[in-house]
Write a protein that binds this ligand. Structure first.
Ligand SMILES: Nc1ncnc2c1ncn2[C@@H]1O[C@H](COP(=O)(O)OP(=O)(O)OP(=O)(O)O)[C@@H](O)[C@H]1O
Length: 248
């Protein structure tokens, strides 16, 4: 075990208030030691998005800590943290202005040079190579917004990318293009991707590890092949069976 993890989660706990308070999850502990793609799976409402938002410092845990490269999140300024650990939402928020304004936004906010060549390359790889960058971002379709938001985050080259169901509005062709880009990117950049998805095939094809959330915690952490062939818990077995039936 290397001494310093890329990301370390220690006993994270979160409660929510819906009519009355309830624990969403507790005791979430994990270490990411190697650059890898991790698929976060589990039935709806387990708190997968909430966990991702806590890792991206867009939400706070009630207890527990997160560290990046051995330093607690609390000692990072939020915007410095978000350059290293960057969250891409399911419903992408476009800033006002053009596509180009949006692509340039992250480098502008973080005072980093804008890598035009990389932007052109990534837009091409997500299937938006012919898009007019002068177009108003508000006029893009949901799937176009999702891909622009992904490229916008990738341009900062964060070491950890947190992806929240980012292919949910994409057609099959675009979804495959995004999957291939992310797998290639992760290898080339030696980055880590934590990817919440409801798409089992996507998780199986793209990820090295699975984090399965159930019973209000991170119930299983396994290599992807092991998770899909021999999940440990009955709840994960049922989840795989039901999700596969729903997909057919
Ligand atoms: N700030 C909040 N206040 C109150 N309830 C919240 C808050 N954030 C999340 N929730 C609730 O917590 C539960 C878990 O939400 P979350 O989106 O994290 O789960 P999920 O596992 O990602 O679900 P899905 O797979 O459906 O996207 C939901 O019932 C949601 O309404």
């Amino acid at each position: 075990m290397s001494e310093i993890a890329i990301l370390e989660l220690d006993c994270l706990q979160k409660s929510i208030f819906q009519e009355k308070p309830r624990t969403l999850f507790q005791g979430i502990t994990a270490r990411i030691e190697e650059p890898s793609i991790i698929a976060v799976l589990g039935v709806s409402g387990q708190g997968k998005s909430t966990l991702l938002r806590i890792l991206g410092r867009l939400d706070t845990a009630d207890a527990g800590t997160v560290s990046y490269r051995g330093r607690l999140s609390s000692i990072w300024r939020p915007h410095a943290w978000r350059m290293k650990v960057s969250y891409v939402a399911q419903l992408s928020v476009m800033l006002s202005g053009s596509v180009e304004d949006n692509l340039r936004a992250a480098s502008f906010i973080h005072i980093q040079p804008f890598d035009n060549q990389l932007a052109v390359e990534l837009m091409g790889k997500v299937g938006l190579g012919s898009m007019d960058w002068n177009k108003q971002a508000a006029d893009l379709s949901g799937g176009e917004k999702q891909r622009v938001a992904l490229v916008r985050s990738m341009l900062l080259r964060p070491e950890v990318l947190l992806l929240d169901e980012i292919t949910a509005s994409l057609d099959l062709h675009s979804k495959i293009a995004v999957q291939e880009l992310l797998m290639e990117w992760q290898r080339k950049e030696e980055s880590t991707i934590i990817w919440v998805t409801h798409d089992l095939e996507q998780a199986r094809l793209t990820s090295d590890r699975v984090w399965f959330m159930g019973e209000q915690t991170l119930l299983e952490q396994k290599d992807t092949v092991d998770f899909f062939t021999s999940p440990e818990s009955e709840i994960a077995r049922q989840f795989l069976q039901i999700t596969r039936e729903e997909a057919n």
